[in-house]
Ligand binder design. Structure first.
Ligand code: GLA
Length: 349
């Protein structure tokens, strides 16, 4: 039986009230989601000694979510990651998007919006409508993002959308996990295994080149258990370009069905995260720029260091709108978009 409660999380600068929803499953897992950016604000799970640990990075107040640069826990859309030159062509028309990352477009604007929520059985659901005027994308995108807690310590996130005109869409969640618990440590000691034979390389300005390369012989080869820190310490150009991991890995097994793609562990707490998704790719990001968010502090006054968390942003490939060889992100009028990603927690025994 999942218990869901709600309380105020303060107000934004334009006086809009932000709500916080808490989902509890009665066996120790508790997830908080706020209505600003539909952000996952905390994930509490038991460690190997039975102590409760918050394994998600976040802030204690709405103001930090409004001004912060990290997208902590956020619902990201309409299009996750970077679109080169903030433009793309669809049906022979060039669309110009907001330039919010140099002259590129990064992550859309959902992360900064306050959404209304409905509680549906064991889930908190945020319906959304995104008019074309909002970000420059064609079509009115309507849908919902749903956060469900299960009785076996999994957070399920589902996205549904339709559009009244042809458009492109790529929705994801930007939670930063730290399985040591929320204590200001970094995640370099975590081990990771990721089912991806290929990745989409970036150039020196973090933009996708359009290639799809084998991970073999690169730090992106995470097919066998490896410490996150071991890969980050490499002087491979891909790691240097991003100052750590900030790459889209092409997941093995056909997209469209839910399949497990990553296993991450903390030796210290025994907490294990298993991630599954319906998406073709995942952006593995190791919080390479988190320290630039200072002097803003995280929850409990903690100043997050570089690499304080890792994200597994299940998604279509970055900039797929501009690369015909990538899986199509086009959502035709009347078609249904659906993505599901599950983050399940267990203990290493
Ligand atoms: C994504 C990007 C990173 C960075 C973060 C937000 O993961 O790939 O380069 O912009 O979002 O800080």
């Amino acid at each position: 039986m999942i218990k869901i409660s709600k309380e105020s999380f303060g107000k934004t600068s334009d006086d809009t009230e932000v709500m916080r929803y808490t989902l509890e499953n009665g066996i120790g897992m508790r997830v908080c989601v706020i209505s600003l950016g539909c952000a996952v604000q905390s994930i509490i799970v038991p460690d190997k000694d039975g102590a409760l640990r918050d394994v998600a990075l976040g802030y204690d107040d709405a103001d930090s979510y409004e001004k912060g640069s990290c997208y902590f826990g956020a619902f990201v859309g309409r299009y996750a990651n970077r679109i080169r030159g903030a433009q793309f062509k669809l049906n022979n028309i060039i669309y110009h998007l907001e330039e919010n990352d140099g002259c590129n477009h990064l992550h859309g604007t959902f992360a900064r919006r306050v959404f209304d929520a409905v509680i549906r059985d064991d889930a908190v659901v945020f319906p959304f409508v995104s008019p074309p005027s909002e970000e420059g994308y064609p079509g009115t995108l309507k849908g919902e993002v749903l956060y469900r807690l299960t009785g076996d310590n999994a957070l399920e996130i589902e996205y549904f959308a339709t559009s009244d005109g042809d458009t492109v869409v790529n929705l994801t969640n930007h939670t930063y996990f730290n399985l040591n618990g929320h204590d200001g440590s970094d995640v370099l000691d975590h081990t990771i295994r990721l089912n991806a034979d290929r990745f989409t390389p970036i150039d020196a300005s973090h933009l996708t080149t359009g290639d799809v390369l084998s991970v073999e012989g690169t730090p992106l080869d995470l097919r066998r258990v490896k410490a996150i820190g071991a890969g980050i310490s490499s002087d491979h150009p891909q790691i240097r370009f991003a100052s750590g991991y900030d790459h889209n890995l092409v997941l093995n097994c056909a997209a469209g069905t839910l399949r497990e793609f990553a296993l991450v562990k903390s030796e210290r707490t025994g907490i294990v995260l298993t991630a599954s998704t319906t998406e073709p790719g995942v952006q593995l990001y190791t919080g390479n720029f988190i320290h630039e968010d200072a002097p803003r502090h995280g929850k409990g006054g903690i100043l997050y260091p570089r690499f304080a968390g890792f994200c597994l942003e299940a998604q279509n490939y970055p900039d797929a709108v501009n690369h015909p060889g990538f899986p199509s992100p086009v959502l035709r009028k009347g078609e249904a978009y659906h993505q599901k990603t599950v983050y399940k927690f267990s203990l290493d025994t």
